[in-house]
Structure formats: structure tokens, C-alpha cells
Design a protein around this ligand. Structure first.
Ligand code: ADP
Ligand code: SF4
Length: 683
């Protein structure tokens, strides 16, 4: 084992939080996971793995205190009554088993949730439209409503204590909390003792802290999660405005301050829009106003930076959601001096998309995330090889790299052959697009692992055909040859090749642009039928080169799927800021010297003149080699499998997962039926 640099010792000091003590300074702040109370075994196992990996505090997601704050359809936690205790206790036990503290984030969302399932009218400081989008309004809470929220919060805190939690949160963040809504003049128009001056607007938050301390403070620490800035200027909470006053008023009342910026899209910014440590300038002031420990986040993956933040008095705890998802063993790796083994978060927010699509959390870097219980996958452990068979992996993109790495970890002899001069596949090009450099981490983490795996042989500049594959004589062949962007316009809105006439209008795909084959001059139309990142990236890149750029899409906004990664507003803002003309709700019909397109609603047709078109419609698998190999009747291999984009083009996360899954299931007992354990409501 390598020696730990003493500079990191500071990260392993125990820290007292009220009546409890955290064994080190690594703190997994609350985060959603798409499993919650609906798949509680999965959620509990995932949290337990974090504790095993060294996170001294492991928190839940948001937990509803009762039916008046029903987050449906979001899948979060519930602490409504004692029937909820057993599932929470399961998580608490999983966390305690490894000597960590379990924290629960109790939440009353006020006017942030529509109560779709409970059908109770939402309530808030004043009567108004909801923060979430629904044809429902919230009513103004009277003093009895306020008393009821306090009573319910107190009851949930007591239940949390019975479940075994060590830390109970009072939540005032993400624009998702009634206590936060009372703080903010844009929501709070009251004239009673809960409205007007800040001392009044802070009253509910103070009461909830006091109630919680009174109820459970003898054995549980009481934490406050406060959004200290909303990036709304004077319309919102400001780190250089009222936030220091709030902290001054409450100062040492809670046992811990967990501070961040709001709303969720600001708190969880992607690497494309924010660097590691992007919240520091907003939260820096907090420690000077309280003697209580402070936790903050900022997608921290650099141990040097973490140690510095503690040493220079910015933070007491290094908070993390995403870095703990990408590498649940991050603390352990720092502790043992294995820094180069950290699987660094790339800031892509695919993890967030699990919550947004109501499905179990997944991660681009960590394919085991969300599979801890239902498939029994551990992020650091994998079954050893069960034979001496060899595997040839063709294609060194995310799927091939992870497949070779995980097979190598199992102890199999692996040959990884890549046609080009560099490993990385699609990431080689995509990581050069604006703001996408962090995707290189997917490649680097795997290449670094190879340096310790003598049983994995890697070859660049090795484009294999069927004869070459046969000549290598591997027992098993994996085809991970990826995909390329279509040039024929087929996509979601176009199910046949598009009509195209040669008329001086040059047609490109994103692969051309990434390879440096870029329209020289003139106006470029980027047509996006894909809906994820690519069209926005290409538009931004071409506009930066000084080209006149228009982005046209049949959707109602730029890059609509990125609503699931919380990036959509930032992407649309970025393309507008760099001068791209955005045309929504139009479908490209044909390329006939000009672009012919129609309104998706009325069918009204128009033509527009451009010098070039970039078609961002869909991708097609590179399956020639697979088809050739499949035809070989006297194949020397025992199995031939295609994975990743070579089978079905998708995200980088899907490709990494596919590679990992192949390695996990290789020579394991074949799975019939549902390939994972299910959680059911027992009737
Ligand atoms: P995925 O996301 O599924 O990993 P990528 O497109 O990112 O797919 O990567 C596929 C990789 O496979 C590319 O780097 C490509 O150069 C490589 N490749 C494609 N065909 C061959 C081949 N016949 N021999 C070796 N490598 C290949
Ligand atoms: Fe980080 Fe992306 Fe994994 Fe989320 S999905 S933890 S952002 S690497």
C-alpha cells in the first residue's frame, strides 16, 4: 500500500457535530437517487456502500414529513408515521455497520410541490402560483397551519430518532422548502409576525430548529441546509445580502451548517458550466459567523483542494453528492494513499437524470451505482476469473475500455485493440467540444487501471478485420466498435432517409466537425433531431469560429433532454449568447440546394438558404465487423458479443455500463428472466 501524504491527515480528523462525532471530514450530503422509499433495499445498500468507502456522514434524499408535502412523481423519502421507520432503519443500519453517521433531510416543500397523489392543496407563506409547474396554486398558511407543520416536523424528527438517525436536518434549500419560502420576500408577503422584517421571515426556520433540538437534540445533531445565494440578484437570497444576516441571527443554534446555492440546477452545475469549487465564493463567509461546523459542496475530487479548504478555514467538512456517486470509495483511496485510483466525477449529471426520469440512479463513471442491491455489484470488488479463457475486445471507446478493465480486474487475459491512434472512441472528439474536457476522465481512469493490470494487453492503430480477429485466436470476442452520426437525416422525426439533392449545399455530421472538417465560410444550419448535447455543442463551437450559425429543431427548445441533467436553460442561454439564431418547432423536410422545413404543428412550409448543414439526427452502429464475424461458420471463438454503441447507440454512461455488465456476467451463471432482484409492495 502507498503511503498517505501527511498533508491529507487533516481530512481524517474526527469532528464533533453536537452530540455526535463524525470519524473524518468526508460528508455525503443529501442526494436524490430515484430509488428512495419505493426501492428502499436498493437505496439502503447504495448508502451502505458509501459508508464502507469512508464517508463519515451519509445522508438520505429529501424526506417528506407528511402527506401535505407530497413530491409525487419524484421518488424521494417519507417519514409520515411509524410504518416508515423500518425502511429507514435499514439504511441507518447499513451506514452504522461501517462506523458512519446517518443523516435524514426532513422536508416540507410548501409551494414547491403540487401534492399530485395526496390531493391536498399546497400551502406557503402567501397565496400564489407554485414553484413547480402545475395548474394549481398554494394558499396562505394561517397560524394553525404553521403550528401543524411544526408539529408534523417534530413528529418526523422523533420517528427519525427511533429509526436510529444521528443527524436530523431542517431544510431551507433548493427553492424546495417551506422554511426557505418564508425567508424570501418574493414568496413571503405576510403582515403578521412571520412576514416583513428578516427577524420575522426567519421565524419559522428558527422554530423548526428549536423544535427539532428540543425533540431529538439530546442524542441527534440538528443540521440546517441553507441556500445562501440563488443567483437571482436582488430577487433572491444573496451571499452579499441577507444570507449573512440569517446566519448571524441563527449562528450557533443548529449543530451544523450545510450551505449551498439554490436552486438545484445552480447547486449541481455541470462541468460544462462550472469548475470544481464553484460555490466557494458564495459560502466563504459562513464560517466567520458561527462556531458550528460547516459543510459545503462544489464537485470536489481533488484531495489537495479538499485539504486546503479545511486548512484555510473555509469548510469543516468536504460535502459531496456527485463525487461520492462516481466514487463511493474516494475517502478510503485518499486515506490509503491511492489518489490515482479515484474515479473522478466528470460533472455530466447523468446521475441527476435518474431522479428526473423516476428511475434508479446511474453514473457515467461508476457503472455499479444503483446496482448495489439488485445486482449485488460492488464498486471495488468483482468475482475472480473462473477459467483461463482469453477475451479479445475490439474497440477502445468507453464500452471497450471498461469491459477490458473489469475483465482484467477479474484476472482474465484480455487483448484490447483500437483502430485509431488513441483510446477513448467518441470521447476523443467530444471532449474537445466546448466545456467537455472532463469526459477525458472516463478514459484516463481506465488507462490508469491498465498500468496495474499485466493481464490486459492494449494495442493502438490496430483496425481489425474478421481475418485478424480469427488470427488472434481469443476464446471470446467482444465487439465494441461504436457508432457514427448518420448523414441521411434519419432520426426521431424522420424515419426514412431524407430527400437530398446535390445543389451546392454541403452536408456535414458532428463526426465531420469533430474531425476538423468544418464549413469554411458562410451560414451554417445545425439541425437537431437528437435532442441531447450534441447540437448545442456544435452550434457553440461553430459560432466561436465566427460562422453565422442557426440551430433549428422540431422540439420546443434547444437540447430538450438536458432538462434531465439540469443544463437546458444554461445551454440555451449559452447558444444565444454566442450569437446562434435559434429556431424551434420546425422539422427539416429536405435538402434541395436550400433547406426545406415545416412547422411541426401546422405543416406550413418554408425554404431557407445556407452554405452548409450539419445533421444532428441519430447515430448508426459500426457493425460491419460484427456482421462479418457472425457469418463465420468455423469460428475459433466460443462466444461473440457486441456491446455499447456497436449494439445500440446511447450515452457514454450506457456504454460504460455495457462494458462493465459484460465483464460481470462473463462466465457467470446465465441469468434467465429479469436480470436483477425486484422490490415489491407486499400485498
Ligand atoms: P462505445 O461508446 O460503445 O465505446 P465508441 O464509438 O466511443 O463506442 O468507441 C468505439 C471505438 O472502436 C472507436 O475508438 C473506434 O476507433 C474503434 N473501432 C471501430 N472499429 C474497429 C475495428 N474494426 N478494430 C479496432 N477498433 C475499432
Ligand atoms: Fe459525476 Fe456524471 Fe457520475 Fe453524476 S453521473 S456522479 S455527474 S460522473
Amino acid at each position: 500500500m502507498s503511503e498517505r501524504d501527511p498533508v491529507f491527515d487533516i481530512l481524517f480528523e474526527p469532528v464533533r457535530i453536537g452530540p455526535v462525532t463524525a470519524r473524518n471530514r468526508f460528508y455525503q450530503v443529501p442526494h436524490c437517487n430515484g430509488m428512495g422509499e419505493r426501492q428502499p433495499r436498493g437505496m439502503a445498500a447504495m448508502r451502505g456502500i458509501k459508508a464502507e468507502g469512508g464517508w463519515a456522514v451519509v445522508s438520505t434524499e429529501e424526506v417528506e414529513i407528511d402527506h401535505t408535502t407530497d413530491f409525487t412523481p419524484a421518488i424521494e423519502g417519507r417519514m409520515w408515521d411509524e410504518s416508515d421507520i423500518p425502511y429507514h432503519a435499514r439504511m441507518v443500519d447499513a451506514v452504522h455497520e461501517h462506523g458512519s453517521l446517518a443523516a435524514i433531510e426532513l422536508c416540507q416543500q410548501g409551494i414547491a410541490c403540487a401534492n399530485h397523489a395526496s390531493r391536498v392543496p399546497p400551502m406557503g407563506p402567501s397565496a400564489q402560483a407554485l414553484v413547480s409547474f402545475a395548474p394549481v396554486q398554494g394558499y396562505e398558511m394561517d397560524l394553525s397551519d404553521i403550528r401543524e407543520v411544526r408539529r408534523s416536523h417534530r413528529t418526523s424528527a422523533l420517528l427519525a430518532k427511533r429509526a436510529g438517525y444521528d443527524i436530523v436536518y431542517v431544510y431551507a434549500g433548493h427553492d424546495l422548502s417551506v422554511a426557505q419560502h418564508f425567508l424570501l420576500p418574493r414568496y413571503n408577503k405576510r403582515r403578521d409576525e412571520y412576514g416583513g422584517a428578516l427577524e420575522n421571515r426567519v421565524r419559522l426556520l428558527r422554530e423548526l430548529i428549536e423544535d427539532t433540538k428540543d425533540a431529538v437534540g439530546d442524542t441527534c445533531a440538528v443540521a440546517v441546509r441553507l441556500a445562501v445565494d440563488e443567483l437571482l440578484g436582488p430577487d433572491g437570497m444573496l451571499a452579499e445580502g441577507e444570507a449573512p444576516e440569517v446566519i448571524t441571527i441563527l449562528a450557533d443554534l443548529p449543530d451544523l451548517w450545510d450551505v449551498n446555492i439554490s436552486d438545484w440546477k445552480n447547486d449541481s452545475q455541470t462541468a460544462r458550466f462550472a469548475e470544481e469549487g464553484y460555490q466557494e465564493r458564495y459560502i466563504q463567509f459562513v464560517k466567520s459567523l458561527t462556531t458550528k461546523p460547516v459543510v459545503g459542496v462544489g464537485r470536489y475530487t481533488s484531495p489537495d483542494r479538499m485539504a486546503k479548504l479545511v486548512a484555510n478555514g473555509t469548510l469543516d467538512f468536504i460535502g459531496a453528492a456527485r463525487p461520492s456517486i462516481a466514487d463511493p470509495f474516494l475517502p478510503q483511496k485518499i486515506k490509503e494513499g491511492r489518489i490515482e485510483e479515484i474515479r473522478e466525477c466528470i460533472g455530466c449529471n447523468i446521475c441527476v437524470s435518474g431522479d428526473m426520469t423516476y428511475s434508479p440512479i446511474r453514473c457515467t463513471q461508476n457503472p455499479t451505482m444503483g446496482e448495489e442491491w439488485r445486482k449485488g455489484w460492488h464498486p471495488e470488488q468483482i468475482a475472480p476469473a473462473s477459467s483461463k479463457d482469453s477475451v479479445l475486445v475490439v474497440g477502445g471507446g468507453p464500452a471497450g475500455l471498461e469491459c477490458a478493465r473489469a475483465l482484467g480486474q477479474r484476472g482474465y487475459d484480455v487483448i484490447l485493440a483500437e483502430a485509431s491512434e488513441a483510446f477513448g472512441g467518441r470521447i476523443c472528439g467530444e471532449s474537445k467540444l466546448p466545456g467537455m474536457a472532463s469526459y477525458r476522465r472516463v478514459v484516463e481512469h481506465r488507462l490508469d487501471a491498465f498500468t496495474k493490470l499485466a493481464n490486459v494487453e492494449t494495442y493502438l492503430a490496430s483496425e481489425l478485420d474478421a481475418d485478424a480477429v480469427a488470427a488472434l485466436g481469443a476464446d471470446h470476442v467482444v465487439i465494441a466498435t461504436g457508432a457514427h452520426w448518420r448523414l441521411d437525416g434519419m432520426g426521431r422525426h424522420q424515419r426514412y432517409p431524407m430527400d437530398m439533392e446535390d445543389g451546392g449545399l454541403a452536408v456535414f455530421t458532428p463526426d465531420d466537425i469533430m474531425a476538423g472538417n468544418v464549413p469554411a465560410v458562410g451560414s451554417v444550419l445545425i439541425y437537431d433531431d437528437d435532442g441531447y448535447l450534441m447540437a448545442g455543442l456544435i452550434a457553440e463551437a461553430l459560432a466561436a469560429m465566427g460562422l453565422e450559425t442557426e440551430l433549428m429543431t422540431p422540439y420546443t427548445m434547444v437540447s430538450p433532454w438536458t432538462e434531465n441533467t439540469l443544463e437546458q436553460p444554461a445551454i440555451q442561454r449559452r447558444v444565444l449568447e454566442v450569437g446562434v439564431t435559434v429556431t424551434v418547432g420546425r422539422r427539416l423536410l429536405a435538402i434541395e440546394g436550400v433547406a426545406r422545413h415545416a412547422c411541426v404543428y401546422t405543416g406550413e412550409e418554408q425554404e431557407s438558404a445556407h452554405s452548409a448543414i450539419v445533421l444532428v439526427t441519430s447515430r448508426t452502429s459500426n457493425d460491419d465487423l460484427w456482421l462479418d464475424l457472425r457469418e463465420r461458420s468455423e469460428a475459433p471463438w466460443h462466444s461473440l458479443t457486441r456491446i455499447g454503441d456497436a449494439l445500440a447507440p446511447a450515452t457514454v454512461a450506457h456504454a460504460v455500463y455495457a462494458g462493465h455488465r459484460y465483464a460481470r456476467e462473463f462466465e457467470a451463471t446465465p441469468i434467465t428472466g429479469v436480470p436483477y432482484k425486484r422490490e415489491r409492495v407486499v400485498v
